[in-house]
Ligand binder design. Structure first.
Ligand SMILES: *[C@@H]1O[C@H](CO)[C@@H](O)[C@H](O)[C@H]1NC(C)=O
Ligand SMILES: *[C@@H]1O[C@H](CO)[C@@H](O)[C@H](O)[C@H]1NC(C)=O
Ligand SMILES: *[C@@H]1O[C@H](CO)[C@@H](O)[C@H](O)[C@H]1NC(C)=O
Length: 376
């Protein structure tokens, strides 16, 4: 009897698992590279004329389908590594319906290049959540950057939309989008001997395997979800860069964060502390072996303590450990990392030191029981 109940339960679990298989899996979305284009009859020049002309996508507004080497006002548009991209003109939207697992966190990664508009932004949304991503600053020499954004699925079927809210004189002046991928995120768990969540940055947004420039994590407003679980980015318009060991030197594990925006962006995590207690924050500072040469430095803050960690970079990889001791002032303490300065690679793109393997522990943890015993 008990066994049959158990097998019914097992059957139900398997049934749920089988249904979950239909949810979107990590990686490129269906037609995420726009490799399947519209039929010629559904286009006027490069403009896509019908809402369902691009397989798996729905469009509205001034959307163009661009092939490699497409010319615009004598300017060769950058469309590297894939043959196709879409351009979102004034008020244009592309959207796709996704099957997801309810209450699960997901990150979206997409490749974007700005063109002729002044202050380009993209509004990425999965109702009821949305985020306006500044894409004004270019962080690669190719002009293409990968951006990330995260949401928590409220329903099992959602629409992912990317909208250009711009209003340029030239309706065709808008960003190009060339690839869109998704990745389920784990809720940031606490691990033993570290008060910080995701301190090694091993959980984060999807990185396209064929892009050597990592993925940008944009500023995150309060109550928005982070594609880098546990961490938020505080900035007006700047970002941090999430880099992988496949294309960069990473102090530990498979991922790290490159601080690419000087003091204009901060990598932040808030943690519960006991006022008056001492703590020890330790972390690795290094370079990602991406040609960022010079006297780099990371500045770390916690409570009222500050530590500047200089790092001589030859741009070929390497790292060192640093430690900041502080006494908590409040029951919540913000741990903050910034690059001390703006740094540039020889190709004039922004770069900076990397941070990895961050840990926070109470400084007197090991001695506390002894002290208590002595007092008795
Ligand atoms: C195609 O676009 C051109 C230029 O914008 C316009 O003059 C023409 O009427 C359009 N053709 C169709 C069939 O919509
Ligand atoms: C972004 O798009 C969402 C969904 O369409 C919308 O609710 C939100 O108001 C937009 N945000 C901005 C700043 O335009
Ligand atoms: C943290 O401190 C604030 C004010 O200092 C207080 O209002 C709040 O209740 C405290 N929270 C906890 C969990 O102790």
């Amino acid at each position: 009897m008990a066994r049959s109940t158990r097998s019914v339960a097992l059957f139900l679990v398997l049934g749920v698992a089988a249904r979950a298989v239909s949810a979107v899996s990590d990686g490129m979305l269906p037609n995420g590279h726009f490799e399947q284009g519209p039929d010629k009859s559904q286009m006027n020049g490069t403009r896509v004329m019908s809402p369902n002309a691009i397989p798996h996508w729905e469009i509205s507004g001034f959307v163009e389908y661009i092939g490699s080497g497409q010319k615009q006002d004598d300017m060769i548009l950058p469309v590297p590594e894939v043959e196709q991209a879409v351009r979102l003109g004034n008020d244009a939207t592309i959207r796709q319906q996704l099957n997801v697992i309810r209450h699960t966190y997901y990150s979206i990664t997409f490749g974007a290049a700005r063109t002729c508009a002044q202050a380009e932004k993209l509004n990425v949304s999965v109702t009821p959540e949305s985020g306006v991503l500044p894409i004004q600053t270019v962080y690669t020499s190719s002009g293409w950057d990968s951006y990330s954004w995260a949401f928590r699925a409220k329903h099992s079927t959602v629409w992912l939309s990317i909208h250009n809210p711009g209003h340029e004189d030239d309706p065709a002046c808008g960003p190009l989008i060339d690839a869109i991928a998704i990745k389920a995120l784990h809720p940031p768990n606490h691990v033993k001997n570290n008060m910080l969540r995701n301190g090694d940055f091993e959980d984060g947004p999807y990185i396209f395997p064929n892009t050597p420039w990592g993925v940008l994590v944009p500023p995150i407003m309060e109550d928005e979800h982070s594609p880098l679980p546990g961490w938020t980015i505080m900035s007006d318009t700047k970002v941090v860069k999430y880099v992988d060991a496949a294309h960069h030197a990473v102090p530990r594990g498979s991922y790290a964060v490159e601080l690419v925006a000087g003091r204009e962006a901060a990598l932040v995590q808030e943690v519960r502390t006991v006022p008056g207690r001492p703590y020890r924050l330790s972390f690795s500072v290094g370079d990602a072996a991406n040609g960022c040469v010079g006297h780099l430095a990371v500045v770390a803050y916690a409570s009222r303590a500050t530590l500047s960690v200089p790092y001589e970079s030859r741009g070929t990889g390497g790292s060192k450990r640093a430690e900041l001791a502080f006494v908590a002032d409040h029951n919540l303490t913000r741990v903050v990392f910034q690059s001390a300065n703006h740094y540039m690679k020889p190709d004039a793109t922004l770069c900076g030191p990397i941070v990895d393997d961050v840990s926070l522990v109470p400084a007197v943890h090991a001695h506390a029981p002894t002290a208590r015993r002595l007092r008795m």
